[in-house]
Design a protein around this ligand. Structure first.
Ligand SMILES: [Zn+2]
Length: 193
């Protein structure tokens, strides 16, 4: 079930992010937050994220971990806020795979053919992973097949990492740009009125 943050959070329409460790994700985190906020604005939704340098001001913590904790380099593990019980102020924790790798293509200039190599995904693709986890962190639980909140987003690698995209496996839609279905927007409007 989706999680509704306390009324004081709803009144501010704001969640603060503290960046604990971001091996390979610093640019993608900033872009993910910026693109998420633009999407909210374009969708006439009030929620905004802000990155803070003060741990005590944060409600969402972002860190990286190895494959034992985060199996999929393109899908983080977010501890959903509902897990916090009692009187404690809720918070979310986003865990991203440290130094993520994808199987991408390079063109061999000598042989003039293409080869597959493991390499770091581009920041545009990684920013989509961040935006997806920001949707979990603000309270959405069950995935939506039709948009960027789908369970399965697969890498579509370009020859340059800057051209990498994530594709919704069910619908085939590539991101960025981010896209939300009316259903996901309605859920966000319910928990962030
Ligand atoms: Zn997810």
């Amino acid at each position: 079930m989706d999680f509704t943050w306390p009324a004081s959070f709803q009144a501010s329409s704001r969640l603060m992010i503290f960046n604990e460790s971001v091996a390979g994700w610093s640019v993608a985190l900033e872009r993910g937050v910026r693109d998420f906020n633009r999407l909210m604005e374009a969708s006439q939704l009030k929620l905004r994220y802000e990155i803070t340098t003060h741990r005590s001001a944060a409600n969402v913590f972002v860190r990286t971990a190895g494959p034992d904790k985060v199996a999929n380099p393109l899908h983080g593990e977010t501890d959903y806020p509902q897990k916090v019980i009692g009187d404690a102020t809720p918070f979310s924790t986003i865990c991203l795979r440290d130094r993520p790798q994808v199987l991408g293509w390079i063109r061999d200039p000598v042989k003039k053919d293409r080869q597959q190599v493991w390499r770091t995904p581009g920041d545009a693709a990684l920013s989509v992973v961040v935006a997806h986890e920001l949707l979990h962190a603000c309270g959405l639980e069950a995935h939506c097949d039709g948009d960027v909140f789908a369970e399965e987003l697969v890498a579509e690698c370009g020859y340059r990492s800057a051209d990498d995209r994530l594709r919704n496996k069910a619908s085939g839609m590539p991101f960025p740009p981010l896209f939300l279905t009316p259903d996901t927007k309605a859920r966000l409007r319910t928990i962030w009125p």
